[in-house]
Design a binder for this molecule. Structure first.
Ligand SMILES: *Cc1c(COP(=O)(O)O)cnc(C)c1O
Length: 396
């Protein structure tokens, strides 16, 4: 029995559900009624898996990080989602959802993006499938993730900079939902993480579950058993973490330790640590831990990492955190930067800033020598070079 499956209304315990404006009710219900059936059909499975293999380059390697293992006193394996086509785990989900959109007869795709990885993945899927693509992105993120904006434009997508709020991911989500309300008939909204109204959290977790499906046989090949002692990942909306833990959620032998964006530190208020600092509320169609004031105003989040700069977190993770099934550490900007440089210098892998938050869990842990740790490197660091170079010059 899976304790972290949704109930028939799309709730994980008290979290989740579908809180949408009336005009979207029909769309959301349509999707709720067909997504499982389509995803479980042989035709979908075959198309999806062929794309994951031949287009994305899956399975992604499970790499034994020898020098880092010695340093932290464990057996550390990195799940290399950074090696996927377009450079992150997001492509798994975008390809899956565009297949779903086609089967539902939709012709126009919209998406929101923070770091631009979901925007690039969706623009890529749209180029491949010859679909119109509109990507909403906060104006702050358009500035700090410029290379991804150029990639989206080259792929043929229209990137719309959003000027409201602090011009980051939350504001991009608001605009995408607004667009969806105006174009409910022909438009499919490809949500980029395990958030949004039911069925998106479940749908996205299932699209990403290929990650832990692979970990199962890969770790069996390397260690002779099909489970690790620890699973680690960073958590923004929660999709790479959901994919990493999907097949182990009810396996109590496996400890789950996740990293959320602490920003300048949870005590400073300049943070995006929604699980550690949030209270229960509704954001973007779903009940979750949200950073908000006592009267329900959203508190503007802050993180150095555009992909984690969001004031909520997906409902499945809220339930697991509340139950104590997962441990979630707030990791500061400085810890993440140090971890990014450490991986680069010790293993020759430049990670995304988001993934660097997961790596920064390691110094907080006390391992036994034989502990098997699988940590997901959700993306590569090309898009963050500007931030990394600035940090390097500060150190000189
Ligand atoms: C978007 C992104 C994240 C955060 O999103 P999740 O849905 O929590 O996975 C993490 N890492 C990378 C590289 C991303 O692009």
């Amino acid at each position: 029995m899976n304790n972290y499956e949704i109930d028939e209304k799309g709730f994980y315990g008290e979290f989740g559900g579908a809180f949408v404006p009336e005009i979207l009710q029909k769309n959301v219900t349509e999707l709720q009624n067909c997504y499982r059936q389509i995803m479980e059909s042989d035709e979908f499975k075959q198309e999806f898996h062929a794309l994951l293999r031949d287009y994305v380059g899956r399975p992604s390697p499970l790499y034994y990080a020898k020098r880092m293992s010695e340093k932290y006193g464990c057996k550390l394996y990195l799940k290399r989602e950074d090696l996927n086509h377009t450079g992150a785990h997001k492509i798994n989900n975008s390809l899956g959802q565009i297949l779903l959109a086609k089967k539902m007869g939709k012709t126009r795709i919209i998406a929101e993006t923070g770091a631009g990885q979901h925007g690039v993945a969706t623009a890529t899927a749209c180029a491949l499938m010859n679909m119109e693509c509109i990507v909403y992105m906060g104006a702050t993120d358009v500035e700090r993730q410029r290379p991804n904006v150029e990639r989206m434009r080259m792929l043929g997508a229209t990137v719309v900079p959003v000027q409201s709020g602090n011009k980051t991911l939350k504001d991009a989500c608001n605009e995408a939902i607004r667009d969806w309300c105006c174009n409910p008939k022909n438009t499919f909204y490809i949500v980029g993480s395990t958030m949004g109204p039911h069925p998106y959290p479940d749908l996205v977790a299932k699209m990403q579950s290929v990650i832990s499906e692979e970990i199962k046989w890969q770790i069996k090949e390397k260690e002779g058993r099909d489970y690790p002692d620890y699973l680690m990942a960073c958590i923004g909306g929660g999709s790479n973490a959901a994919g990493t833990i999907y097949h182990y959620m009810n396996d109590e032998r496996v400890n789950i330790v996740l990293a959320e964006a602490g920003g300048l530190g949870v005590e400073t208020g300049q943070t995006a640590a929604s699980l550690n600092c949030g209270t229960i509320g509704v954001l973007h169609g779903s009940k979750m831990f949200v950073m908000q004031t006592d009267d329900g105003q959203i508190i503007e989040p802050y993180s150095i990492s555009a992909g984690l700069d969001y004031p909520g977190v997906g409902p499945m993770h809220c339930k697991m955190f509340q139950d104590g099934r997962s441990k979630v550490l707030p990791i500061t900007d400085d810890e993440a930067l140090a971890a990014a440089f450490e991986l680069t210098r010790m293993e020759g892998i430049i990670p995304a800033l988001e993934s660097a938050h997961a790596l920064a869990i390691l110094p907080h842990m006390k391992f036994k020598k034989d502990d098997v740790v699988v940590l997901t490197v959700s993306g590569r660091g090309d898009k963050d070079m500007q931030t990394y170079l600035k940090h390097m010059h500060k150190q000189d």
